[in-house]
Design a binder for this molecule. Structure first.
Ligand SMILES: Nc1ncnc2c1ncn2[C@@H]1O[C@H](COP(=O)(O)OP(=O)(O)OP(=O)(O)O)[C@@H](O)[C@H]1O
Ligand SMILES: [Mg+2]
Length: 280
């Protein structure tokens, strides 16, 4: 009978130390989260990364959504590959020099699903974090999977000293309740909340120029007030956004003059001020 191969046991402190070592050139680590799926976390992560890079920051994105990675497509880097060197795994370099790491860069094609149970997911994430060579960075944005369950918890706990979390919501009442859960989730993990971004807030119709509050209005501000956290800004609904995301084009680069791109620059400014203080 073949002997069962046992993985060598490694104490968690040792793994954490090596992850910390890999991330030592990273100044600020920002997690993007929401208790709710489909509110635009990945879209916000991708475009905030571009906005920060546009402002001269060295930026990287970690797509921590192993089951539904969408960052490569939204950042115009679909089909690319990370490559291994003696110095570790080198991220893909996207528009404006933003470095990107996603499990998608390791799968044979974009329809291959990741079928892993929790422990495998944790191991894969640990392995990734222990091996990526990020180099020197100002900002590492982490696109967390949706919800407040096992997956976001594991990721959030594995990355040491997260600088803060940005919580994404849409204006509807239903999403407000779930968002409060992710605010409490961040608080329990002792991750400071940098603020709330309201996505899909209002649609300006090209035919009459009027703004229609498709999912209601003011929800993001209201929840920020209730939770005692900052409101960072809102991003309008824009059909060009979903079109770009579907086509694999980076929205911020394609439409730099759009109201949404301008909002991202405002939000980036606020994030920089909040994290780096007034020395900017
Ligand atoms: N402001 C917007 N205007 C138009 N479409 C948008 C906007 N924001 C996001 N979308 C579209 O909505 C969909 C969901 O966005 P996204 O994938 O970023 O959400 P998510 O919160 O990351 O989802 P998941 O929970 O599955 O990770 C995408 O198809 C995206 O193109
Ligand atoms: Mg996502």
């Amino acid at each position: 009978m073949a002997a069962q191969k046992k993985l060598p046991f490694r104490p968690i402190q040792e793994i954490q130390k090596s992850i910390e070592n890999r991330l030592k050139g990273v100044k600020y680590k920002v997690a993007i989260m929401s208790g709710k799926g489909g509110v635009g976390k990945s879209f916000v992560t991708a475009n905030l990364a571009f906005a920060l890079a546009f402002k001269g920051k060295k930026v990287a994105v970690l797509d921590a959504d192993f089951y539904g990675p969408s960052i490569p497509k939204m950042m115009g880097t679909e089909g690319q590959r990370v490559f291994a060197t003696d110095q570790g795994l080198m991220p893909v370099v996207g528009p404006l020099g933003v470095k990107i790491v996603s499990v998608d860069f390791m799968l044979p094609d974009d329809t291959t699903p990741v079928i892993w149970r929790g422990p495998m997911l944790s191991n894969a994430m640990l392995e990734l974090l222990e091996n990526v060579n990020w180099g020197e960075l100002d900002y590492l944005l982490i696109d967390l999977p949706p919800g407040t369950g096992d997956a976001p918890l594991t990721v959030a706990q594995m990355i040491p000293n997260i600088t803060g979390a940005i919580i994404v919501t849409i204006p509807s009442e239903v999403s407000q309740k779930v968002v409060m859960k992710s605010i409490n989730f961040a608080k329990r993990l002792n991750i400071p909340i940098l603020g709330i971004v309201e996505n899909m807030s209002g649609f300006t119709c090209p035919c009459d120029g009027k703004t229609y509050p498709i999912f209601g209005s003011g929800g993001g501000k209201k929840i920020a007030q209730e939770a005692g956290v900052d409101f960072l800004g809102s991003i309008p609904l824009d059909p060009r956004i979903s079109e770009c995301n579907d086509k694999g084009l980076p929205f911020f680069i394609e439409y730099p003059e759009s109201p949404a791109a301008k909002s991202f620059l405002d939000i980036a400014e606020k994030v920089i001020k909040k994290i780096e203080g007034d020395q900017e």
